[in-house]
Write a protein that binds this ligand. Structure first.
Ligand code: BG6
Length: 512
């Protein structure tokens, strides 16, 4: 029996938990980017940490003409390029690579699934994976329904021998209607508990820590409401452009690509009520409740409370870069937005009247995802007769990435005989506080799926509510094509209207 030998399993097990349950993972799209850049490096990291099951196999499937050996060779090359670890552990990889298999095939052809089913029988017997199968769709969304149906017809969805789970990458639908229809397609062959909708932002430690921070500390939660918080800002800024993904991006745009999913997930963690427990459904219900409370934008509301942009050529880090319309596979008259900002309100008792400003953009000056909780200011009465002109209000900053950490800013007296104040900060940095190895962000998600913990995965109702929030914006934007695109040069913080959205409220974006 081929078994993986786990390194220092006891030590790691004690720290993180047990190795996951025996299973075979099948990746559809095994010759693609996601597999080599993220999925296989994540599985390798889990193996290094003793968290992959002893009884494990990975079956890749794609159109490319490879066999088991050439797939193993290719993955062995790729892992050395894409591993997130500084030191490469040959022993761990040697054990893992022996558990890799490949089935070439066309996803439309039922014979592919027959071959896959046959291989899975062999793999189950050889690796004792107990008929537990996790099917990962690392493929373009146009084939989600097709693969799901074919798996159903090949009876690979059955849970008679072991469990069978389907992991679906975003985008989950293109709008509200298509998301409902995709869900209907999947539900013809899978039950809800078998469908695992991934949002890789929830794999980020700093995102997971938002809830721990809020509910594991006594001092912040009493302040976490409209009485003490003036507004909240969420920024997901990227320096990169569309990186050769013009085809996908032309149909998506940043509202669908980042805001409808990753940013609303973060918002729900910031704004949700305390769940009854950390059990999956308590957390997922809490997120849904808060997203349901987001005030739907009317068409007029879309015009006043949202901003869209598209980058022209410019300079990022001293390098001249192309405008979006010059990128490969992008139309020269494209109306696709590469920047979006929105002002939203969460209409519930806790947040009534507190604006949440969200923005995301490509080709901005810096890569940075952060959340700013802007508290209300202290009364200035005591400082009336002093040289202090203005008291800056406290801010709590969550640096989601990079430079992961949390920062609290406050006022301090500048040493000296005259009363001057300066904003100073208390700063917690992950890299100083914890010994961690850099991961891909997929480790926890893959692990959770193998141990059946759906907390970090989206239920169908959450996906639909998130689309309902985005839908009025999509509708107005598609019926009123932008007249000023491109409207921000690469390497700047987005269109002027994004700054105006805040200035109108007497505020400004915190640029990282
Ligand atoms: C993906 C988007 O979901 O998230 C990409 O499709 C984007 O366009 C990426 O670049 C950002 O993820 P991260 O983890 O780099 O912030």
């Amino acid at each position: 029996m081929a078994e993986m030998k786990l390194h220092s399993e006891a030590a790691v097990g004690a720290r993180y938990g047990r190795p996951a349950d025996p299973c075979a993972i099948v990746i559809f799209g095994a010759s693609g980017d996601l597999t080599k850049r993220l999925l296989v490096p994540a599985l390798y990291n889990l193996a290094c940490d003793g968290l992959l099951p002893r009884n494990f196999a990975l079956v890749g499937t794609a159109l490319s003409d490879m066999d088991h050996e050439s797939f193993r060779d290719q993955m062995s090359k790729d892992i050395r390029q894409f591993t997130t670890r500084d030191a490469f552990d040959e022993r761990v990889w040697d054990d893992l690579v022996r558990c890799l298999y490949y089935v070439p095939g066309n996803f439309e052809d039922p014979a592919t699934y027959r071959r896959l089913a046959q291989l899975l029988d062999e793999v189950d017997a050889k690796h004792q994976t107990r008929g537990n199968h996790l099917f990962y769709l690392a493929v373009p969304p146009v084939v989600f329904s097709l693969i799901s149906r074919q798996l159903g017809q090949a009876r690979l969805t059955d849970e008679e021998k072991g469990w069978s789970r389907l992991v679906v990458e975003k985008p989950f639908g293109h709008d509200f209607e298509s998301a409902v229809s995709l869900d209907g397609d999947l539900r013809q062959h899978w039950q809800e508990h078998q469908i695992w909708r991934i949002d890789h932002y929830l794999g980020k430690e700093t995102v997971q820590n938002l809830l721990t921070f809020r509910f594991g500390n006594g001092i912040f939660e009493p302040l976490w409401n409209r009485h003490h918080i003036d507004h909240v800002q969420l920024t997901a800024a990227e320096k990169i452009g569309v990186e050769g993904r013009g085809n996908y991006y032309e149909r998506a745009g940043i509202l669908r690509d980042m805001i409808q999913n990753h940013m609303l997930q973060m918002l729900s963690y910031i704004a949700m009520e305390a769940p009854t427990s950390f059990h999956a459904d308590d957390i997922r219900n809490g997120k849904i409740e808060v997203l349901k409370a987001i005030r739907p934008l009317t068409p007029e509301g879309v015009l006043t409370n949202t901003v869209r942009g598209q980058y022209s050529g410019g300079t990022v880090d001293g390098n001249v870069v192309l405008g979006y319309r010059e990128e490969p596979d992008v139309s020269q008259t494209s109306h696709t937005e590469t920047f979006a900002a929105a002002k939203l309100f969460v209409d519930n008792w806790r947040w009534a009247g507190v604006p949440f400003y969200l923005r995301s953009g490509k080709r901005l000056p810096k890569r940075s995802t952060e959340v700013t909780i802007q508290f209300k200011g202290a009364p200035e009465v005591l400082f009336r007769d002093t040289p202090v002109e203005r008291l800056e209000a406290n801010k709590l900053l969550f640096h989601i990435q990079p430079d992961e950490g949390i920062e609290l800013s406050f006022q301090a007296k500048v040493p000296g005989p005259i009363l001057h104040l300066q904003t100073v900060r208390m700063h917690f940095e992950y890299k100083a506080a914890f010994e961690t190895t850099r991961g891909t962000g997929y480790e926890r998600l893959l692990y959770d799926c193998m141990i059946k913990d759906p907390t970090l995965f989206s239920r169908a109702d959450l996906v639909e509510i998130a689309w309902k929030i985005a839908q009025p914006i999509l509708d107005v934007w598609s019926s009123l094509p932008p007249r000023d695109f491109p409207n921000y040069p690469a390497g700047t913080w987005g269109p002027r209207d994004a700054a105006l959205l805040m200035e109108r409220d007497g505020l400004e974006w915190r640029n990282p």
